[in-house]
Design a protein around this ligand. Structure first.
Ligand code: SF4
Length: 213
């Protein structure tokens, strides 16, 4: 198993999207993604060879420092973080951030769900992609389902994901639609859909609106 991982960036900021929007969080953005979404806003993360390897210990120490400065949780994102086995990283983070009350920092994972789950995260945000659907076991494990809407087909896909979850008896995740950035038609479509389907909520990329890193 890897003792270091390719890292695009780490930073302490606010979670901008979904259920935990507005909360203090430490982000670890891992490099590598083969999912290839045309609208991707982190294309620089795709090629892991362009990014430095950082040791798991170093990443864990930085997470512990952010925790001391107020981060309520750590978000492992990408790229597609599950292209890597996250077991050792999450183990190190949990060890390094263990408090006197025997609690470690909650680990959130943002993934498209195309690979085997690892790291035993406390919160999974699954953002499934129509052109590269997620594994069913990941779909059934997520706490939050976030579907990016670029066109009408994405709404049908969102419904299909929920049908799959329902028919396999999972506890219902929180449901979010997120309109593609700078896509006015998608924004109108997502707002209309949420107005007519109260199980769904609109996920705003508040960090982009506010200009927060
Ligand atoms: S899965 Fe995420 S990082 Fe990968 S291409 Fe799609 S949007 Fe970009």
């Amino acid at each position: 198993m890897e003792s270091s991982l390719p890292v695009v960036e780490c930073f302490h900021s606010l979670q901008g999207e979904g259920e935990h929007a507005g909360r203090s969080s430490y982000f670890i953005r891992l490099a590598s993604c083969k999912v290839g979404c045309p609208w991707c806003d982190t294309k620089e993360s795709w090629n892991s060879e362009l990014h430095p390897q950082r040791s798991l210990i170093d990443l864990s120490i930085c997470t512990a420092k952010a925790q001391k400065e107020g981060a309520a949780f750590v978000v492992i994102t990408g790229g597609e973080p599950l292209h890597h086995n996250l077991d050792l990283l999450c183990e190190e983070i949990r060890k390094c951030t263990l408090s006197l009350e025997n609690k470690s920092i909650p680990i959130h994972l943002e993934t498209s769900g195309v690979d085997i789950l690892s790291g035993n995260p406390d919160w999974i945000t699954l953002s499934p992609k129509r052109h590269f659907p997620p594994r069913l076991d990941n779909l059934l494990s997520c706490q939050e389902l976030k579907v990016v809407v670029q066109n009408k087909e994405d709404l049908y896909f969102a419904e299909k994901m929920v049908d799959l979850i329902k028919s396999n008896g999972n506890i219902k995740p929180k449901l979010f639609l997120q309109a593609g950035w700078d896509n006015e038609e998608a924004k109108a479509m997502a707002i209309k859909y949420v107005k007519n389907n109260p199980d769904w909520r609109l996920s705003m990329q508040t960090h982009k609106w506010l200009g927060v890193l």
